[in-house]
Design a protein around this ligand. Structure first.
Ligand code: G16
Length: 555
């Protein structure tokens, strides 16, 4: 009987959220992402999947985040967060896609019941869902669609609305809620901010107050996180928020934010106009629209040129510093902790060389936080960053236990152990967080006694460029070797190889985006001029291949 009541209730609710004909959803790099107006049906159905997942995991809390992060304001998206605070188990992505694409309520209900049986879900189990959204105008309607899906299950589903907040905060709240040990932190925004600020202040110690930092909030939800953090750390580090116009239509990610800065390799025009970074020694950073990415930058004194410190620069500085700390702990034998860095094909060639020259293991995986996170777990201290500024540092349970139990042989060893444990408290263990990464960078700089210029001095980026190519169907582009090579369209890779071979230190690759309807082309080479020609030629090859123009492999 209860089963029939549930199916009735789901049917009624689903009829209010029919799937538009002609729309095909795909759970991609970061969940479903498309125009906000096209998403209500997918969000409603995501609610159903999130409940199935929670019930399957005996009522563990599952997160749902409504955001399209770096995408333009009219886009929106939805993604599911697993109980550990990590991205949805990839084997469930196909179920999310299957539910969203059911053409009618009838097929949705039958797919839902089939999935429940196939996945061994006991529908009478309780479920718990925690959700949040970013500041996009389409957010409130999508929250309604989500709630409609959740409420259809009646009292059997516990719902927690974290409100308008950043993606990493939602991940944190999910992780902390499910943390059986109760040691990870209080499952609230305040709990998270307290945990981070306390660790940060302990790390900075007597090295503060630090030079104030300008924070470009991309006119997005990151500005509220920054506002909450300001009073907690202002005696040590003054944060100066910029681009905080969350209520201004069209402002989100527009000519600002981490994606703009990284892609254009320039600071947001309004910061440049205001002369925000003109004073020598000043540094700025940019969050993206949902505050899970960060890049830093400054203006070089002598040349007055813009200098970007991206995800690669964060990863390399953190890796070199954590390696030093690990050596200082003097932990040996069973207690010796491993450390490695995970990057993607976008990592600047110079950053990889720099790490390898310091005997730091580096692994390359395909784009997408879930892939990097997974690979980083292999190390006791796993550092992962995408060049675009997504990333974090993971500490294995073994690392934490070892550090907590260690009996330091010297004062210096004791300090190194204490620092590492504070970094563990500071750094989000569920997903990359612009806020926590910002404080990680500031803490390392404080320990080294460095400014941005010293940080940047480690290695010099090879000139590089990223471009979008709009093609009729990006699914025709299939990659392998961690997205560094193409298997389809057949013959295109050979042409790219010939092009790349013409330039000293040349490298280029082509991959379909998982979040936007385009193909991305990346190129690097020894000189800027070469990069321009190389990327132009590869982009042209991509255009030709996608429009079916003949591809002749030169002999
Ligand atoms: C998302 C993913 C990132 C990825 C980015 C771009 O970021 O979480 O891992 O680097 O999209 O992906 P693609 O090149 O496939 O479009 P965000 O910040 O938009 O959530």
């Amino acid at each position: 009987h209860a089963h029939a009541v549930l199916l009735n209730s789901l049917t009624e609710a689903s009829n209010l959220y029919p799937k538009e004909e002609g729309v095909t959803y795909s759970y991609g790099t970061a969940g479903f992402r498309t125009l906000g107006a096209k998403l209500p049906a997918a969000v409603f159905r995501t609610a159903l999947l999130a409940v199935l997942r929670s019930k399957r995991l005996e009522g563990a809390s599952i997160g749902v985040m409504i955001t399209a992060s770096h995408n333009p304001e009219p886009d929106n998206g939805v993604k599911i967060v697993d109980p550990s605070g990590e991205m949805l188990d990839p084997t469930w992505e196909q179920h999310a896609t299957a539910l969203s694409n059911c053409p009618s309520t009838d097929s949705l209900i039958s797919t839902f019941t089939t999935l429940a049986t196939h996945l061994h879900v006991d529908l009478s189990q309780p479920a718990s869902i925690i959700f949040a959204r970013d500041t996009r105008p389409s957010g409130p309607d999508l929250v309604k669609a989500l709630e409609a899906g959740l409420h259809a299950f009646g009292d059997n589903v516990k719902i927690k609305d974290v409100g308008v907040t950043t993606t990493p905060i939602l991940h944190y709240v999910v992780k902390a809620t499910n943390d059986q040990s109760g040691t990870y932190g209080a499952p609230t925004i305040e709990g998270y901010m307290q945990k981070m600020s306390k660790a940060f202040k302990e790390l900075v110690g007597i090295r503060g107050p630090l030079v104030p930092l300008f924070v470009d909030c991309a006119n997005g939800v990151g500005s509220s996180a920054v506002d909450t953090m300001i009073p907690l750390i202002e005696d040590v580090l003054l944060l100066r928020p910029m681009n905080t116009a969350t209520g201004t239509k069209g402002a989100l990610n527009d000519e600002c934010g981490a994606d703009y800065v990284k892609t254009k390799q320039a600071m947001p025009p309004n910061l440049a106009q205001l002369g925000t970074l003109d004073k020598p020694g000043t540094t700025g950073c940019s969050f993206d629209g949902d505050a899970d990415r960060i890049v830093f930058y400054y203006v070089e004194d002598a040349t007055r040129t813009f200098k970007l410190l991206d995800g690669d620069k964060i990863a390399t500085m953190a890796a070199v510093y954590f390696k030093e700390l690990l050596l200082r702990t003097k932990l040996t034998g069973e207690e010796k902790l491993s450390m490695g860095v995970v990057q993607t094909a976008y990592a600047n060639g110079s950053s990889t060389k720099y790490l390898e020259s310091r005997d730091i293991p580096v692994e390359c995986v395909q784009t997408g936080v879930k892939h990097l996170h997974h690979a980083a777990k292999k190390f006791d201290i796993g550092i992962y960053f995408e060049a675009n500024g997504h990333g974090t540092v993971l500490f294995s349970p073994h690392a934490i236990e070892t550090l907590r139990k260690a009996s330091p042989v010297t004062l210096e060893a004791g300090n190194a152990i204490r620092h590492l444990l504070n970094f563990y408290e500071l750094i989000n263990q569920a997903v990359g967080d612009a806020m926590s990464d910002m404080l990680l960078v500031e803490a390392v700089l404080a320990h080294k006694g460095w400014g941005s210029a010293e940080w940047n001095a480690g290695y010099q980026d090879l000139p590089n460029k990223l471009e979008k190519v709009i093609v009729p169907d990006r699914n025709h582009f299939v990659t392998y070797d961690a997205e560094r090579r193409l298997s389809h369209p057949v013959g295109l890779q050979e042409l790219v190889d010939i092009e790349v071979g013409k330039y000293e230190m040349g490298r280029a690759f082509v991959r379909p985006s998982g979040t936007e309807d385009c193909v991305r082309v990346y190129a690097e080479a020894k000189t800027k001029e070469d990069v321009e020609v190389l990327i132009g030629n590869v982009a042209r090859l991509v255009q030709e291949a996608s429009t079916g123009q003949s591809m002749v492999v030169a002999s």
